[in-house]
Design a protein around this ligand. Structure first.
Ligand code: 5GP
Length: 198
C-alpha cells in the first residue's frame, strides 16, 4: 500500500534489533485517515470470507482491528495480557506469547464467552515479525474450536520468521506493506508490494 510505504519512509525510525518505530502515526499517535484506509484495504482482501469476529492482541492491534470489525459489522475481540480479577478460572482460553519488542513472555487470554466454535475469525495486528503474536491468537481460536480465516497485518518485516511460519501453517496473510530489510537504518520494501499478491 503506497500511502503506508510513504509514511514509513518519511516518519519511520529504525532502532536496534530490527525494530521499526512508527509512533507518530500507528503506535502512539494515530493517523485516523491512514488507519481507515488501511482498514478498508484489509476489508477488501477478506470481504468474501464470511467473517464473524475480528481478533487482535492488546494494545497496538486494537486501533486497526476495531476499524476492520466495523467494516465487517462484527464484534472486535482483543486478547488481554493479564487475567482480570473478575474472570473465573476455566472461563477463558489461554496461551503463551513471547513479545518481540519487550522481550517478555505473557499469558494471553480471551473469555470463553466471546469466542465460539461457529466463529470465522480474522486476526489483525500492527506488525508481523517472528509470528509469535499471530500464532498465539491462532492457538486461542483453535482452543475455542473456531476457524481461522486469515491474518491482516499493517507492516510485515518479511526478513523475519513470521511470514514463513504462517505460510507453513497454510494461513492466508495479507500485509499492507512488506519490509525486506532494515539494515543500516534504511527501510527497504519488497518489490512486488501489492496487497492482492503475497
Ligand atoms: P511477532 O509476534 O510477530 O514476533 O511480533 C509482532 C508483535 O510485536 C506486534 O504485535 C507488535 O506490537 C510488535 N512488534 C514486532 N516488531 C515490531 C517493530 O519493528 N516495531 C513495532 N512498533 N512493533 C513491533
Amino acid at each position: 500500500m503506497k500511502l503506508l510505504e510513504n509514511m514509513v519512509k518519511q516518519d519511520g525510525k529504525v532502532y536496534p534489533n530490527n525494530v521499526l518505530k512508527v509512533d507518530s502515526f500507528i503506535n502512539h499517535q494515530i493517523d485516523p485517515k491512514l488507519m481507515m484506509e488501511m482498514a478498508k484495504s484489509l476489508y477488501e482482501y477478506f470481504k468474501d470470507k464470511n467473517i464473524t469476529k475480528v481478533l487482535t492482541i492488546e494494545s497496538s492491534g486494537i486501533a486497526p482491528a476495531i476499524l476492520v470489525a466495523n467494516l465487517f459489522n462484527v464484534p472486535m475481540l482483543f486478547a488481554k495480557k493479564s487475567v482480570p480479577s473478575t474472570l473465573k478460572r476455566n472461563s477463558f482460553y489461554e496461551t503463551k506469547v513471547h513479545s518481540y519488542t519487550k522481550n517478555v513472555t505473557n499469558n494471553i487470554i480471551v473469555s470463553k464467552d466471546f469466542l465460539h466454535s461457529k466463529d470465522n475469525v480474522l486476526i489483525i495486528d500492527d506488525f508481523l515479525a517472528n509470528g509469535r503474536a499471530a500464532m498465539g491468537l491462532v492457538d486461542l481460536i483453535e482452543k475455542a474450536g473456531a476457524s481461522v480465516v486469515g491474518v491482516g497485518i499493517l507492516i510485515e518485516k518479511s526478513f523475519q520468521e513470521g511470514r514463513k511460519l504462517l505460510d507453513k501453517n497454510n494461513i492466508d496473510v495479507c500485509s499492507l506493506c512488506r519490509i525486506s530489510s532494515l539494515e543500516n537504518g534504511k527501510v527497504e520494501f519488497n518489490k512486488a508490494d501489492d496487497i492482492l499478491k503475497k
